[in-house]
Design a protein around this ligand. Structure first.
Ligand SMILES: [Zn+2]
Ligand SMILES: [Zn+2]
Length: 133
């Protein structure tokens, strides 16, 4: 069980209830949501939540390294909880984005053909296991 309050403090962010709820949502729902999806999911539970708060919170979390902002296949920004490096697979049928951690070895901090890799982003597209039939 993650102490989100403590985690936010460690990253220099004041842990308000709304911020904790947003972070909790991202940690529990590994669906790479957009800011809008986060807002829609939480506004029922937190009626005082505004879209601006969600946008600003996600931005602050990203700047402090709590979340990672992804520009995957569309021009929209999606967010995810900062985990081990992994690659993404997007299903062209259902639009779901899966985390793939086993297919490729981590290239971070490796040297490839003389180039030093700091981070890597590999995006795969296809038909997911649920949509194959
Ligand atoms: Zn699918
Ligand atoms: Zn991911």
């Amino acid at each position: 069980m993650i102490d989100f309050k403590e985690l936010l403090k460690e990253h220099g962010i004041a842990p308000s209830i709304q911020r904790i709820k947003i972070l909790e949502f991202l940690e529990k729902n590994r669906i790479h949501p957009t800011a809008d999806m986060v807002y829609q999911a939480l506004v029922q539970e937190i009626p005082t939540l505004s879209k601006t708060t969600v946008y600003n919170t996600l931005k602050a979390f990203t700047e402090k390294g709590v979340l990672v902002a992804l520009s995957l296949f569309e021009n929209e920004v999606r967010y995810e909880y900062n985990t081990e490096p992994h690659i993404h697979f997007k299903c062209i049928k259902c639009g779901k984005i899966y985390d793939i951690s086993k297919a490729f070895e981590c290239l971070n901090n490796k040297e490839i053909e003389g180039h030093k890799v700091l981070e890597h982003h590999v995006n795969l597209k296809g038909i997911c296991k649920n949509c194959r039939d």
